[in-house]
Design a protein around this ligand. Sequence first.
Ligand SMILES: Cc1cc2nc3c(=O)[nH]c(=O)nc-3n(C[C@H](O)[C@H](O)[C@H](O)COP(=O)(O)OP(=O)(O)OC[C@H]3O[C@@H](n4cnc5c(N)ncnc54)[C@H](O)[C@@H]3O)c2cc1C
Length: 517
Amino acid sequence: MSHQHRVLIVGAGPCGLMTACELRRRGIDAAVVDAAEKPQRGSRAILLWPPSLRLYRDLGILPEAERRGVTIRALSYYLGPGRTLRVPLPPAMAPLVLPQEVTDELLGAELERLGGSVEWGAALSSLAAAGDEVRVELRRAGGTIEPRRVDWLIGADGFRSTTRDALGIEFAGERLPTTFLLAEGDLTGDYDREAVNYYLSRTGVVLVAPLPGGKVRISGPLPEGSEVTGDTAQRMLDERAPGGLRLTNLTLNTSFTSHERIAARLRVGRCFLVGDAAHTHSVVGGQGLNLGFGDARNLAWKLAGVLDGRLDPKILDSYDVERRAAAEQVVRVTGRMARQAVLSPFAAWMRNTLFSTAHRLGVLARKLPPLYAGWSIRYPQTLFGPSPGARAGFLPPAGAHSPEWTIGGGLHGANGANGANGANGANGANGANGPNEKDRFELVTIGPADTSERAEAAAFADRHGALVSHRHVVAGKQGFLLLRPDGFVAASGRRGDLRWLADEFATLAVSTKETHR
Ligand SMILES: Cc1cc2nc3c(=O)[nH]c(=O)nc-3n(C[C@H](O)[C@H](O)[C@H](O)COP(=O)(O)OP(=O)(O)OC[C@H]3O[C@@H](n4cnc5c(N)ncnc54)[C@H](O)[C@@H]3O)c2cc1C
């Protein structure tokens, strides 16, 4: 039985590939196997929201993705003749449209650049946890069974996950009743080519999204009793959009249904679930990759921190709690969106009236972009006990994403969408130079230039140099934020709470360089 890799990732879809890249760029030996003989083709997940694009940026594949994709600048809502609302998307909220097969290609190439590869035609057929290792069997083409032993296993094997089944994890939920048509082709006529266009007519809903190369994707509830044909797609446009849109040269015409399901556990010992293996939801809103890539990032910095001996293994428990909470939020939001697509004419009229009012009051522009972009995801407080002194309106609560917060005019998205991790190492005394230097927490103190808290925080960062950097923002109010490597707020407090933080943090940090197999 061979024992070759520390981490085995089952499934080379986008979430498996992203997890592999995230681990390998942190120096972790991660192998990937996939049951299929070659990569899947097809556009499937086309929307990449900013939290996902941040991962592309960190991997260095964002420029190529942008070259091959189309940036969406607005959400456009047609509510009836002469009533179209346009919600602009600022850069930190704007998604990139990129067919999933291109995402797979870019991530696959990056994985190879990082020294990894995918073993195609190797299907996980069984697994068993045994002490501090996981024993698996891989079935090769022709039926040969190959046993393997690994330290950790990550199931990224999609909706019908063998990993999930082998771990005996329930995948509770339901199938959504609506069947959606999905077509791609050329579209002529008047529509916003820089927006995702939602046509919310009283007779039904249809979506038009631009694709790279000038084609579009059309999607909406399939009219009852209709076949999936080009005529049906055209009829949906004629009946639900303002008219004058002509769909030709179809390259795809299919239908799909969605499920709303979340795995009962995302971690069993040394095995984890990511991506569709962990959760699935309505594709309305295009959140699938955002959610799965969020799993990859959440798990990678924690597992790498444990494997290189900086973090206590108990941090891995937070993966399940945090990512199940994220999945619940996405299931809820996308479920609501999906249900709004199948309303009676009267309920549709009510929906559109509410939309108009919300737009007039500025609520749509304020609420929708961060919700779609994925910046509204909140985690329960998992790493430490409740922060003692966070005050609403001044400091963000633990579990919030940091890019939304601007404090004292000086803290702009540190570790966030546009932050480029610029503050890491701001405290020159922190000497972490390993591959995981970017994975440090960032302690931001806020207050006058010279305070005892500032000195206390600098000393704290020095004590945990491999895990924490420190930055001070001069401002009238006083407090601190501890930002996690993935951009979420780990803790926040007021003047005098730093001692509490030091005690809490000590339970997470491994001070000696012992390694965990
Ligand atoms: C029509 C459609 C449109 C969609 N549109 C969007 C969208 O606009 N935006 C969005 O974000 N999401 C969208 N999605 C969802 C998106 O495609 C999924 O969320 C995404 O593919 C999940 O990626 P994954 O890596 O978790 O799983 P998958 O892509 O399903 O990959 C799983 C991999 O595991 C492999 N595998 C399975 N079993 C085994 C085994 N036993 N051993 C080894 N390997 C195995 C499979 O061969 C496969 O390669 C859409 C989905 C559909 C169907």
